[in-house]
Design a protein around this ligand. Structure first.
Ligand code: ADP
Ligand code: MG
Length: 397
C-alpha cells in the first residue's frame, strides 16, 4: 500500500522563493559594489578631464584621452544599470516630452552604426508629455536599441524608433485589460533581426537571462527596462517572430500638465575669482583631482581627508571659507553631520554635498540640513563648476 502526492507545485514555489531571495542578495551586493565603483570612476573622470586640457595642442594624446573617457562613460552606464536594478537610485520624474530624450539617445547609436544598417526615427510631434525620469528613459532607449543592434548580427537591416500618441479603443481594452481608457505616449523600438521563439520570449525580462556569449550579454538590459517601465506606471509589449524581427512597444500614461522648459546647458564654464573652498572627502584619490579642477576654475582650495580635521580648520577661522564641499559617506561622521557642525559655527556657510548613490536623500532632507545642493559622483567638470558658482552666488546676495 502506498500514499502518493504530487509535490510539483510545492517544489516550484520553493524554487521561486529561493530565486527571489537570491535576486535580493545579488541586488544588495551589486548595489554596494556599484557604489565603491562610482568613486573609482570619479577619479578616472576627473583626471581624464584634466589630461584633456593639458593635452591641448597634442591631437594624438587627445584622441587617446577621448577613448579613455568614452570607456569610463561605458563603465558609468553599467554602474547606472546595476544601481537601477538594485533600486538604489532615486527617481527624478518630471513632466517631459520623450522626443528630446529619444533623439539624444539615438544620436549616439547612429554614430556607432555600420553603414548597411539603417536607422529610422519617427517622432510624432503630437505625442503627449509624460511624467518620467529622463535618465531612465535614456537608459530604456539605449538598452532596447542595443538589443536591436545585436539582433541584426552585423547583417544589413533596419532599426526603427518611433513615438506617437495612442488611445486604446474599447475593443482593445477588452483584449488587453491592463490598459486604461486614457491617452498614452507610445514608444516603439523595432528591428528586422533574428527574432525570438516562444521559449526565449517567456524569459526575456528575467534578470541575468541571456542567450548571448559571455562578454556580450549580461541579461540585465530588459530586466532594467521592465523595472523602469513598471515604476513609470507604464506597459510593455513585445512582438517577435523568428527570422523576421522584433518590436518592443512601451506605453506611458499621458500627462496633461504642460512640459517643463528644459534648461539649455551653458557652454561656458563658470569660474571664480579666488574664493576659498574647504573640500572634504575621506579618499585622497578623489580630493586631489577635484582640488585641481577647482583650482583651474580659479578657486582656492583647502583639502581635508578627515571630518573632525575639516571642522577644526573651519572653527579656527570661520570667515575664511566661502564654501564647504563634503562627501556624504565617511568613516568618522557623514556629510549631514558635518553640515550640522559647520552651521553651528557659522550658520550661513554654504555646504555642497557630494555623493555617489543617494537612495534616501530628497530635497526635503537637504533643505532641513541646510545643504545647498547635492552633486552626484562621478561628477563632471561642468556640473561642479555650475554647482560651486551657484552656491557662491547665493551667498553674495
Ligand atoms: P542581454 O542583451 O544582455 O542578453 P537583455 O535582458 O537585454 O540581456 O535581453 C535578454 C535576451 O532577450 C537576449 O539575450 C536575447 O536573447 C533576447 N532579446 C532581447 N532583445 C531582442 C531583440 N530585439 N531581438 C531578438 N532577441 C532579443
Ligand atoms: Mg541587452
Amino acid at each position: 500500500m502506498a500514499v502518493k502526492r504530487d509535490v510539483t507545485r510545492e517544489m516550484q514555489l520553493e524554487s521561486q522563493f529561493r530565486q527571489a531571495q537570491k535576486m535580493e542578495a545579488i541586488g544588495t551586493l551589486a548595489g554596494g559594489i556599484a557604489h565603491d565603483f562610482n568613486n573609482i570612476l570619479s577619479a578616472i573622470f576627473s583626471y581624464g578631464c584634466l589630461l584633456q586640457q593639458d593635452a591641448a595642442g597634442n591631437p594624438a594624446a587627445q584622441e587617446d584621452i577621448a577613448e579613455l573617457l568614452k570607456a569610463a562613460g561605458r563603465a558609468r552606464d553599467l554602474v547606472q544599470q546595476i544601481l537601477t536594478f538594485s533600486r538604489q537610485r532615486e527617481q527624478k520624474r518630471q513632466v517631459i516630452t520623450l522626443n528630446t530624450v529619444i533623439r539624444e539617445s539615438t544620436k549616439f547609436l547612429r554614430a556607432s552604426l555600420p553603414a548597411d544598417i539603417q536607422i529610422e526615427i519617427n517622432l510624432a510631434p503630437d505625442a503627449p508629455a509624460v511624467l518620467a525620469d529622463p535618465t531612465q528613459i535614456y537608459q530604456v532607449t539605449m538598452n532596447l536599441a542595443t538589443n536591436a543592434l545585436h539582433a541584426l548580427e552585423g547583417k544589413p537591416g533596419q532599426i526603427t524608433v518611433s513615438l506617437d500618441a495612442f488611445v486604446p479603443s474599447d475593443q482593445f481594452i477588452q483584449a488587453h485589460p491592463e490598459f486604461r481608457p486614457i491617452q498614452y505616449a507610445r514608444m516603439a523600438v523595432a528591428d528586422t533581426g533574428h527574432g525570438m521563439d516562444a521559449k526565449t520570449l517567456e524569459r526575456i525580462f528575467e534578470p541575468f537571462f541571456t542567450t548571448k556569449p559571455v562578454g556580450k550579454g549580461t541579461g540585465l538590459g530588459l530586466a532594467v527596462v521592465h523595472g523602469i517601465v513598471q515604476s513609470h506606471d507604464g506597459i510593455i509589449k513585445v512582438e517577435s517572430e523568428v527570422g523576421k524581427g522584433t518590436t518592443f512597444s512601451l506605453y506611458f500614461p499621458a500627462q496633461t500638465q504642460p512640459p517643463a522648459l528644459s534648461e539649455a546647458a551653458p557652454d561656458k564654464m563658470a569660474t571664480g575669482h579666488g574664493q576659498q573652498i574647504l573640500l572634504l572627502d575621506d579618499e585622497s584619490a578623489l580630493t586631489t583631482p577635484m582640488q585641481r579642477l577647482l583650482e583651474r576654475l580659479n578657486y582656492r582650495v583647502t583639502v581635508s581627508n578627515g571630518a573632525s580635521e575639516a571642522i577644526g580648520l573651519f572653527r579656527r577661522n570661520p570667515a575664511q571659507f566661502d564654501l564647504v564641499i563634503t562627501d556624504l559617506t565617511m568613516p568618522e561622521m557623514n556629510g549631514f553631520e558635518v553640515a550640522r557642525q559647520i552651521h553651528a559655527i557659522r550658520s550661513n556657510a554654504p555646504v555642497i554635498l557630494a555623493s555617489g548613490h543617494t537612495p534616501t536623500i530628497n530635497a526635503e532632507n537637504l533643505r532641513k540640513a541646510g545643504i545647498f545642493q547635492l552633486i552626484e559622483k562621478p561628477i563632471s567638470m561642468t556640473a561642479l563648476a555650475d554647482a560651486v558658482h551657484r552656491a557662491l552666488e547665493v551667498v553674495n546676495r
